[in-house]
Write a new protein. Structure first.
Length: 448
């Protein structure tokens, strides 16, 4: 699903604004139709229509003419302007893709510069902008055709009552004053009936918003159903034990990572998960967190405990440094004195004076500073269970030892489950889970 943030923000806003505007204009058209429909029915029913040498009285003759003309013009308008719906759908997508590409470049400008990738980024940005330009030219052409057609429909509509009433006038059945009244009433009624024609461009934009929002909702519903149908169950239990029961984990394309894993972790234990890259260590943490539905088996997790999952590279939300350090707790949860103490313990003394500063911290802080900041979050939030995914991969041996020592000293009762790439990390844990790849492509699960 492309650009869900725009669908939630801009598409919802435009949908609400268009729905309100179209509803009010439709209500006005209905009021006009009711007000002048009866008048047109009466005026066009007082004269006889010359037909094959006879004078035929047709009740509400011009009202039927207006209905027929409105129906025909509505159908033709849809034929001419129906391309506007997919074009508006694509416009929202192309513009969002272009903005997202610029945002990605801005967030990674240092890496792009170091890689000398400016020329490629420029070509990619111009290619995305070319889609925007091409779409706008197509929109201009489609709107021009529709505008010309609706203009012709409007001008022709003004002549219809004169053409219809002319035979009766020349036959002396009605006066010029009656024709003027009929023309005014017909204009009001036909204008109301042609609401679809006059509002077609706005309807096309609204329809594009509806389709983008409906597809977004369909994807959410389909994902929820996939999760419900998953054979991998995460079950909260009252006992303070994390248990894997005959667990099988797969990639999203069906490749088996781990098969037949069974193990348990009691509260207060410290377990390290090791294995080669791509064996499924991070996927195992995702499954325990309940965000990986691909597989089968059961995972029992302690209910009602404070749990914290720490990825290899921490998420740094927009805001002050105090907000980032407190995350996921709200800013102000921890006193500054405690934050200063934790920063000093982790060798981040230079940040103690910048708690109120707001910046692009993922660009301001080096990788090893970001990982030490993630450890600081654990020390501040004091979870009962913490899951660490290679959180010391950028630290040197001394800094890594210091981080795990602080966790053991400051939070001695905390249960720690760590994913590690380096064997030295195992020394800070009492137990080990090892994922061993097999020649057939799967992996066995060894507990020690």
């Amino acid at each position: 699903m492309d650009n869900p943030d725009q669908r939630v923000a801009e598409d919802v806003r435009d949908f609400a604004a268009s729905a309100l505007g179209l509803s009010l204009s439709l209500l006005g058209s209905l009021a006009t139709l009711v007000s002048f429909g009866g008048l047109l029915w009466t005026l066009s029913g007082i004269w006889a229509v010359p037909l094959h040498g006879r004078h035929v009285h047709v009740p509400g003759f011009l009202l039927w003419v207006a209905l027929l003309y409105a129906g025909l013009s509505t159908w033709l308008t849809h034929v001419v302007g129906r391309r506007l719906v997919p074009l508006n759908f694509d416009r929202l997508r192309y513009e969002a893709d272009f903005r997202y590409g610029l945002m990605r470049f801005r967030d990674n400008v240092e890496v792009v510069t170091l890689s000398r990738g400016e020329a490629l980024e420029r070509r990619n940005a111009l290619a995305r902008f070319e889609h925007v330009i091409r779409n706008w030219w197509q929109l201009i052409a489609a709107q021009r055709r529709l505008t010309v057609f609706t203009g012709v429909v409007g001008q022709a509509n003004g002549v219809v009552p004169l053409l219809v009433a002319a035979p009766a006038f020349f036959a002396g059945l009605i006066t010029l004053g009656v024709i003027a009244q009929v023309r005014f009433a017909y204009g009001q009624v036909s204008g109301a009936l042609n609401w679809f024609v006059n509002a077609y461009q706005e309807i096309a934009r609204w329809r594009a918003n509806v389709e983008r929002l409906s597809t977004f909702a369909e994807v959410i519903d389909a994902t929820a159903k996939d999760l419900e149908r998953s054979d991998l169950r995460v079950v909260p239990v009252e006992t303070p034990v994390l248990r894997l029961v005959d667990l099988k984990l797969e990639t999203s394309d069906g490749r088996v990572l781990i098969d037949g894993a069974s193990a348990a972790v009691n509260a207060g234990e410290r377990v390290v998960i090791t294995g080669p890259s791509g064996a499924g260590k991070t996927t195992l943490l995702r499954a325990i967190a309940g965000i990986w539905p691909f597989g089968r088996g059961r995972i029992d997790v302690p209910a009602g405990v404070h749990t914290l999952f720490v990825p290899q590279w921490p998420y740094l939300p927009l805001g002050s440094l105090r907000t980032i350090l407190s995350y996921p707790a709200p800013e102000g949860t921890f006193p500054d004195t405690r934050i200063h103490e934790v920063l000093r313990l982790l060798g981040l003394d230079h940040l103690t004076t910048r708690l109120d500063d707001t910046a692009q911290w993922d660009q301001q802080l080096s990788p090893h500073e970001q990982q030490r900041l993630a450890i600081a979050r654990v020390l501040l939030n004091e979870p009962e269970w913490v899951f660490l995914d290679k959180v010391t991969s950028s630290l040197d041996d001394e800094a890594e030892k210091r981080a795990y020592t602080l966790l053991a000293e400051r939070l001695p009762r905390m249960t720690v489950i760590s994913v590690a790439q380096r064997p030295e990390v195992a020394a800070f844990h009492s137990r080990r889970w090892t994922i061993v790849p097999n020649p057939v492509g799967t992996a066995s699960f060894e507990v020690a």
